[in-house]
Design a protein around this ligand. Structure first.
Ligand code: NDP
Length: 477
């Protein structure tokens, strides 16, 4: 019997994907650079389904039905290229190589073009949900040709998470589309986490709550519109006591956030495409700032406001205000992320269905949330929606939240609690809805020092003012 799919790269992610496939009744060929991982998998989990272990690339390829489907789950970057080069020469036209690692979408575009020349399909796919997701049902974002999805799609849908019976997996679009969408997913994840962290900091700083009390607040929020995996695990983390010291766990963790780099990619590409993803950018910079230990130590004595925590009715309503601010800021972060997907889709002709993206993020992945049902419905109803902020229910929710949102940001400023996520989200909202922006003045400055020209509100064309002369506008084109 041959295998319907094979997995090469059997570290945590590959091993769990292979087990997930086998548990769904698929025969899975197994391969890993070092043989021990293959042996361990078969020894520990061989009873879970049909595995065909292979100890050479040739053996692995020969174990597969045609068209062969080879899932590569190795370290992103050079190792992925090395593994592709190892297998591609052994494959035949029509076979499919799937890169399920965290590749940069530009690498995926390059690999796809090169393999297409050789008659092979290359599917760069985002997989979210970590180790647990890979085993029990991840959210899967495959790119590549429509044709490759015909054979591969049913397998991937089978092992993906399901929400209301719908698989959290759908064909995203050609070449790099899947990895692009996964990248933005990760960027949104950074923004979401930062906003939640700021909420914690505010509840502690302004109300003097202990982590365990804040865990209760998050548990309550989790039963409402903020209900999500990230809010749920936040409550768990905050409620956790460090066994060694008996102190709240969050107080014994070094406060320097790390990152593997996908947030940075999202911001870099946001800049390249000219999409203002300020929430993701601030979240990425907030992690970076936290890690600058020397800078923080040097600045540690700088004066701040005297902190008088909130009292009376201000204190009573503060947690609700923070909930409103968190919800509104989250809508902004998602609105920006979806704008980035729209921009990528337009730039690379991917024709991505935003409603479908929101739908497949509803389960399996780190940002899974009730909220995404509404996002999916919003884009489903209006695929060309310019921004989530103007879509029916979101518009109303954010408008209703704005008083609380402003009050939370001003309290944060008054007490000296840094809230870059909340603040930038509110600034974005106010900038988008403004009749006029001071960009007009920036254009004036640019024209003054660099003759960069400007356009006028009352006449078509491009103008430059002779500043040294009488300051008279001159029509340029
Ligand atoms: P790692 O990223 O730690 O990679 C280890 C695997 O890569 C091993 O199988 C290793 O083989 C193989 N490998 C490394 N270099 C080479 C090489 N030059 N040639 C052949 N094989 C090589 O594994 P993970 O399971 O954590 O992640 C796999 C991929 O999935 C990565 O791209 C990661 O970014 C992505 N991902 C990870 C998530 C997670 O939660 N961990 C979530 C979503 C995606 P050997 O055993 O021989 O050393």
């Amino acid at each position: 019997k041959k295998a319907s799919i094979g997995v090469t790269g059997l570290a945590v992610m590959g091993r769990n994907l292979a087990r997930n496939l086998a548990r769904h009744g698929h025969t899975v060929a197994l391969h890993n650079r070092s043989e021990q991982r293959t042996r361990d998998l078969v020894e520990e989990f061989g009873s879970e389904g049909d595995f065909i272990p292979a100890y050479s690339a040739r053996e692995f390829v020969d174990a597969l039905e045609r068209p062969r489907q080879v899932v590569v789950m190795v370290k992103a970057g050079a190792p992925t290229d090395a593994v592709i080069e190892e297998f591609a020469p052994l494959l035949e036209p029509g076979d499919v190589i799937v890169d399920a690692g965290n590749a940069h979408f530009a690498d995926t575009r390059r690999r796809e073009a090169a393999l297409r020349e050789r008659g092979l399909h290359f599917v760069g796919t985002g997989v979210s949900g970590g180790e647990e997701g890979a085993l029990h049902g991840p959210s899967i974002m495959p790119g590549g040709s429509k044709e490759s999805y015909e054979s591969l799609g049913p397998l991937l849908e089978d092992i993906s998470a399901k929400v209301d019976g719908t698989p959290c997996c759908a064909h995203i679009g050609p070449d790099g589309a899947g990895h692009f969408v996964k990248m933005v997913h990760n960027g949104i994840e950074y923004a979401d986490m930062q906003l939640i962290a700021e909420s914690f900091d505010l509840l502690r700083g302004a109300l003097g709550y202990e982590p365990a009390q804040i865990a209760e607040v998050f548990r309550t929020w989790n039963t409402g519109r903020l209900g999500s995996y990230l809010i749920e695990i936040t409550a768990e983390v905050l409620a956790h006591t460090d066994a060694a010291t008996g102190r709240p766990f969050v107080d014994v963790v070094l406060d320097q956030a790390e990152q593997k780099g996908t947030g940075r990619w999202t911001v870099q590409i946001g800049l390249d495409l000219g999409v203002p993803i300020t929430g993701i950018a601030e979240a990425t910079f907030a992690r970076s700032l936290s890690g600058h230990a020397d800078l923080r130590a040097a600045a540690n004595g700088l004066a701040g406001p005297s902190r008088s925590p909130l009292t009376g009715s201000d204190a009573e309503r503060f947690a609700d205000d923070v909930e409103q601010a968190l919800y509104a800021s989250k809508v902004v972060a998602y609105a920006q992320g979806f704008n980035q997907i729209q921009a990528g889709s337009a730039e690379y002709d991917w024709n991505i269905d935003l409603g479908s993206v929101a739908s497949l993020w509803r389960g399996g992945c780190i940002i899974r949330a009730k909220f995404l049902d509404d996002v999916s419905a919003a884009f489903g109803a209006e695929p060309g929606l310019p921004t989530l902020l103007t879509s029916g229910d979101f518009r109303k929710a954010v408008e209703d939240a704005q008083d609380s949102w402003r009050s939370v940001v001003s309290t944060a400023v008054r007490l000296g609690i840094p809230t870059p996520g909340f603040s930038t989200a509110l600034a974005y909202y106010d900038a988008l809805r403004a009749d006029r922006l001071p960009a007009a003045l920036v254009q004036g400055q640019r024209d003054y020092f660099g003759a960069h020209t400007y356009r006028r509100v009352d006449t078509e064309g491009t103008f430059h003012t002779e500043w040294a002369a009488e300051g008279r506008p001159e029509h340029k084109s």
